[in-house]
Ligand binder design. Sequence first.
Ligand code: FE2
Length: 200
Amino acid sequence: MEGSGATPQAQAPIAPQLKLRGVNHLALMTDDMKETIDFYGDVLGIRLIHALTVPPGVNRGNPPFERLRHYFFDMGNDESLAFFELPKGAKPQTDRDAVGGMQHVSFTADQAMFETVQDRLKARGIPILGPIKILGGRALSIYFYDHNDIRLELTCHLAHTDDPHVIDDMTMTKSAARPELMALHDDAAWVERTIAHLPD
Ligand SMILES: [Fe+2]
C-alpha cells in the first residue's frame, strides 16, 4: 500500500474526459494464420477484412521478423481484431499471467450468439468454463482458449442482450468503489478525485 498524504495528483483538477472511442484494433499473435481465420470465422463469426504482409524493412511496431502476415478481422462495433503470424517455433509460448501480458480478451455477445458459440465450441470439443455470473448477475461469461492458447471470454449482458449496456452494467457507485480504492491507496483526497465522476 502507498503511504498516506496528499499527492500532487490529488490536488490537481480532474482531467477532462477525452472522446476516446473504443478499440481501433487489438493485435494478438498466432503461429498459424490459416487456423486463426478458420477458428475466429467458424466459432465467433469474425470475418477477415484486411490481409497484408508487412514489407521488408518496415517497423510499425511489428514483431522483429521480416515479411510477417498482419491480418485484421471485424469484431463488431466498428472495431477490429488483428493478428501477426510468427514463424513456427520462433518465439516461446507467452505467460498470459505475467506482468504486461494480455491475460484475456472478452467479446460482447447477444443471447443468440452466446448460445450459438457454446454449441460450436462443444461441437469442436473445446472445453468451456461457465457460463458464470459476473457483475452481480447482470451478465454471464464463458471462457475458452483458441488454438494458440489465447484465453477468450464471451460476455452476455442480460438486461439488454441485443443492445448491451456494458459500461452501465459495470459502473459502480461511489460508496461501492471507495473501500476498494482506500485499500489500494489510503489518500482520501486521491480516492475522492478518482471516483468523483461515479454516481452516488
Ligand atoms: Fe474478463
